[in-house]
Design a protein around this ligand. Sequence first.
Ligand SMILES: Nc1ncnc2c1ncn2[C@@H]1O[C@H](COP(=O)(O)OP(=O)(O)OP(=O)(O)O)[C@@H](O)[C@H]1O
Length: 113
Amino acid sequence: MCEEANDVEDLEHVFKDANAKPVKISYAVLKSITKNFGQVIGRGGFGVVYLGELRNGMVAVKMLSTHMDLSDKSFSDEFGNLIRLKHKHIVRFLGYCAESQGEMMNTKTIYSC
Ligand SMILES: Nc1ncnc2c1ncn2[C@@H]1O[C@H](COP(=O)(O)OP(=O)(O)OP(=O)(O)O)[C@@H](O)[C@H]1O
């Protein structure tokens, strides 16, 4: 359904092109732009939000809590809705990551700016 952003340049391309469609982002890219999830900018009902830095701007990276028992269907319904949202008063959804890796086992991440 989505193109893949496997390196930071791919994501920077999506960031600068307002008409670009949201992409599937690799966990390595999220880890890199958040400097290993080093700076928390907020906490919500479903998880923690981290600062991500691209060369052309800053983004918010929302990581869903591992304690949430979210089925794959609920997760894909959620990002399916976010992909369709487009409004001047709503932050743009750039993409999502659904990889389980190492210390982030079973974590699913949504990424927005
Ligand atoms: N795009 C963003 N830019 C800047 N700060 C953000 C952004 N998104 C989230 N934050 C920060 O992170 C906090 C938590 O965001 P989050 O979206 O998780 O909140 P929420 O409204 O509780 O959502 P939910 O209940 O869906 O988890 C916000 O209150 C804000 O401080």
